[in-house]
Every structure is written in C-alpha cells, then in structure tokens.
Design a protein around this ligand. Structure first.
Ligand SMILES: *Cc1c(COP(=O)(O)O)cnc(C)c1O
Length: 365
C-alpha cells in the first residue's frame, strides 16, 4: 500500500478490544462467566417479540426510535425527547467522543475504567487521561484534580466494571458541580439495574446541564447479542449526537425486542433478586477459600489473588475444569480475575474449583 495512504493520528495506537473468551478447546460443556451476561438470558416477553419481529424483517426500521424511546421514558419516568438509542451503549460512548473530542482535547476516566472510553477517545483523536482510584473505588477528588481547560468528557461507570464498586450519587453530583465549564460528566449505568433503588444517574442528568447517562440492554436484560443501548441527558446534547447517528443504526428486530424487554420490569426485578443472592453465594464461597473480593454492586465479583502469577494459574486451572472467567490485566488488575455471577450450580462450582486450586494448584504450576 502507498505510504501516502494513512489513517488519522492515534488510530494505529489503539489496542484492539478483546472480548471475554467463549470457548475452551476440546470442551463443549464450558460455562462462560467472562462477559457479565445474564445467565438466564432474555425475558420470555422479549423472546416472543423477537419471534414476531421476524415477519417484518424486510421493512426498514424507523429512524427516530420513537416507540422504544417512549417505552424507556415511561419505565424510567424521563422525557423520551431526551433519549437516544444506539448499537449498544458502546455506540453512545462513541458518539459522545466523536461529537465532543478532537485533537488536543482530553477525556478523563479512572484507572480501572471500561476500555471503550480509551478506545473511543483515541478514535476521535483525543488524549485519554487515566486517574488513580482509591482501593479500587472512584476517587472524585483525584478526578477533579486531573481536569483542566482541555477536558471535554469524564466517564464514570457506576457501578464500575471490572471492580464492581460504586460511589454514592452525592459524590457524582459533587463531581459534576466541580467540573470545568466545557466538560460533560458521563455516568455509565450498564449495571445500574442490579442496584435496588438506584436510578443510574437519571435524576442528575435531568437536573444538571453537564450530566449525561448511558444505559444498556446487554446486561440485566440479557440482550448482549442484539446490541441495544441508550443515552439520556440534556436536549442540547441529544441534538448533537443525533447529527452523527446513522439513521438506521438499530434494526427492526432489535427495536421491537428491546421495547418488550424494557416493559417487562417484573423480569428485571427477578433477575436483580436472583443476582443478589447468587453473588453473595459466590463471594462468600471464594472468601471461605482464601480469595477476597470487594463487595460487588453488579453481576460479577472481582476475585483478588496473592499475585499476578497466582491469578493466571487459577485462570488456567478453572479453564481446565471448563470454567471461563476474565483476566483483567488489561484493566490494570493482573492479580485479579473477574467472575460473572452464573446460576447456582456454576457459582458453587467456581468456588469449589478455586478451593481445589488453592490446595493443589500451587504444587502443579
Ligand atoms: C458491558 C458494559 C457496557 C455495555 O456495552 P454495550 O455496548 O451496551 O453492550 C458499557 N459499559 C460498561 C462499563 C460495561 O461493562
């Protein structure tokens, strides 16, 4: 290829995102606990809507997503005109960076923050700024110190992935109020539904002109494969993002299935309750075997080992038993493994196999 053909600066510096592993060579019975998916899948109502949508696949989808936005607005008691839907919340994150970030601009996130923040920032030509957490918890004072006149976006996942920790809304409000005037606080609520009584930052995004919230159907709704997410915030920001959104970004099938899913809040409540019980079972099972974790507010547990080597060895040991978890060295946590809360047998098995590793694994590896 000609040397004159080259991408924009920064693009080739982006490290490719690696999703959670899905297979173990030679096994068909592996349990995937590496991508924070809902082990129970989608609700029956969402499945029925998907089946019905098969009959309208030849039709172009609508471009304004009015029906899905109205459903989201009803359920969350927010204005549908201030909602934008995307191909997962990843696309909303991408729109924000494309719209607000350019060369010389900075985007702030925390040291163990979601990798897409960095990727979208670099794709837009901006400079990522990573801020230390305090014992794996977002540190609002450190973030405020890192902000300056070049800061355009601040991304906070709350609860955070992969730490599972969260900060109170009052802390996020303090952050929003302390930001430089040109910066937007983006509260990523991918796991918000797992926290009883938590609105994901919706009320802040309603009240403050510099707060935006992102949400997804990929986690508690069990629709990660369908790719639907949404954002909510000031109308002025929505108007900007809609300029760069592809008119047909969401398929007919995705729109209709997501609408049925969001209207089925009984299912969400059931999944939240199941998750709380099974998460405790998993975390306590690990702790009993000498593997601590921070109290998680999401659908995964960040298991801490004595060293990066021990975490890597335990990952291999689990894999050999058909249990796929997530190494999080790329998130700055090489001594940890992120384990998604699975069904009850999976949680018990993970704890049991980690226990076996603790007793025998060290001698083997
Ligand atoms: C999983 C996840 C998302 C959701 O991504 P989608 O594109 O909606 O599937 C967003 N933020 C965080 C922190 C996540 O862990």
């Amino acid at each position: 290829m000609s040397d004159l053909i080259s991408p924009q600066p920064g693009i080739m510096d982006i490290a490719l995102y690696e999703g959670g592993a899905a297979h173990v060579a030679g096994r068909t019975d592996a349990v995937k606990l590496s991508s924070n998916e809902n082990f129970a899948g989608a609700s029956d109502k969402a499945r029925e809507a998907f089946a019905r949508a098969v009959h309208s696949m030849h039709r172009y989808p609508n471009t304004d997503h009015a029906s899905l936005r109205a459903a989201i607005g009803d359920v969350h008691k927010i204005n549908a005109d201030q909602i934008i839907c995307g191909v997962g919340s990843d696309e909303i994150i991408h729109f924000l960076a494309q719209a607000y970030v350019g060369q010389g601009d900075e985007v702030v996130f925390t040291e163990h923050g979601f990798l897409m923040y960095k990727i979208s920032t670099m794709a837009a030509g901006g400079t990522p700024v990573s801020v230390k957490e305090r014992d794996r918890v977002t540190d609002v004072d450190a973030i405020l110190q890192a902000c300056n006149e070049r800061t355009k976006l601040v991304f906070i996942a709350n609860p955070n992935n992969p730490t599972g920790t969260m900060v109170p809304l009052a802390e996020l409000e303090r952050l929003a109020l302390g930001l430089p005037a040109q910066a937007i606080l983006v509260i990523d609520g991918a796991y918000a539904e797992y926290v009883e009584g938590y609105d994901g930052g919706a009320e802040l995004a309603t009240r403050l002109p510099n707060v935006f919230m992102t949400r997804t159907f990929s986690k508690i709704y069990g629709l990660g494969g369908l790719r639907v997410g949404w954002g909510y915030g000031p109308k002025a920001i929505i108007d900007v993002l809609n300029r760069i959104r592809g008119p047909f970004n969401l398929s007919t099938v995705a729109l209709e299935t997501a609408e049925a899913a969001v209207r089925d809040q009984d299912y969400v409540d059931r999944c939240r309750n199941d998750n709380m019980r099974l998460r405790t079972l998993l975390a306590e099972g690990l702790a009993e075997r000498g593997v601590p974790s921070d109290t998680s507010t999401a659908n995964f547990v960040l298991a801490r080992f004595a060293s990066p080597d021990e975490a890597a060895a335990c990952d291999e040991f689990l894999k050999a038993e058909g249990l796929i978890v997530r190494r999080v060295a790329s998130y700055g946590l090489p001594q940890c493994l992120r384990i998604t809360v699975g069904d009850e047998p999976s949680c018990r098995r993970v704890a049991h196999v980690v226990g076996q590793f603790k007793i025998r694994g060290k001698a083997v590896v």
